[in-house]
Design a protein around this ligand. Structure first.
Ligand SMILES: [Zn+2]
Length: 229
């Protein structure tokens, strides 16, 4: 669909630029967020799914036809959990809000021995936010679920670090609000798996702009004039 032309015919503002949310978040964080001054940045958004954007040598990398950098669909487990894309074992199937809610429901059903405040909510209405809130309050089962999501995130990061050796990995999105409950196991798994030389200088940090990263990046596409899609 020619979305840019469609928008341009309806709104009086110029220029009209269309880009995806993952790229916009990466641009926003590099413009005024956690990655200011960095030229090699991987940005991951852990929301309902897992989105992402890559800044390589100071430029947003979009692939040959603008549909690259789908980091949420890096395969971290051959024949693993089903993913929203129709495939199996993608990072999104382990490190998204949807995945965390699924893992929590599964644990609550299959592990009746471990006490958890999540049981009071009823597994049908359980959301990822409930898991992060319970984990922040010290719930062991909720913490184990976030640690598992973090470990799988670390597996995905290992491939990205081996491939790209970025200076910085920024993690944003609702699940990133769990902070070190998910980022510490991700860092540990990354350091355990990656070549020491590849990972030595890589930092894994939460986003600075939070959920506004995409909005700020969209503004930057017009105001700061980086290379546009
Ligand atoms: Zn997928």
């Amino acid at each position: 669909m020619p979305l840019r032309d469609l928008l341009a015919s309806r709104v009086p503002l110029r220029p009209v630029v269309v880009d995806n949310d993952g790229n916009c978040a990466a641009i926003g964080e590099t413009w005024v967020g956690a990655a200011v001054g960095c030229r090699h940045v991987v940005c991951l958004t852990l929301g309902t799914g897992v989105g992402g954007g890559l800044v390589l040598d100071g430029r947003v990398y979009r692939g040959a036809h603008g549909v690259g950098a789908e980091v949420g669909h890096l395969v971290v487990a051959a024949d693993g959990e089903p993913c929203s894309c129709g495939g199996r074992g993608c990072l999104e199937a382990y490190a998204s809000g949807t995945a965390v809610a699924r893992m929590a429901r599964s644990r609550l059903t299959n592990d009746t021995a471990t006490a958890s405040t999540l049981r009071e909510l009823g597994s049908n209405v359980l959301r990822a936010e409930d898991v992060t809130e319970a984990a922040a309050a010290g719930d062991t089962l909720a913490r184990e679920i976030l640690a598992e999501a973090g470990r799988m995130l670390g597996c995905g990061l290992t491939s990205l670090v081996h491939l790209l050796e970025p200076e910085l990995v920024i993690v944003s999105g609702g699940l990133a609000e769990a902070g070190d409950l998910i980022l510490a196991p991700a860092r540990a798994e990354l350091r355990r798996r990656a070549f020491p030389a590849s990972v030595r200088h890589v930092k894994v940090l939460p986003a600075k702009l939070g959920n506004d990263a995409g909005l700020v990046g969209a503004a930057a596409l017009v105001l700061a004039k980086p290379e546009r899609p």
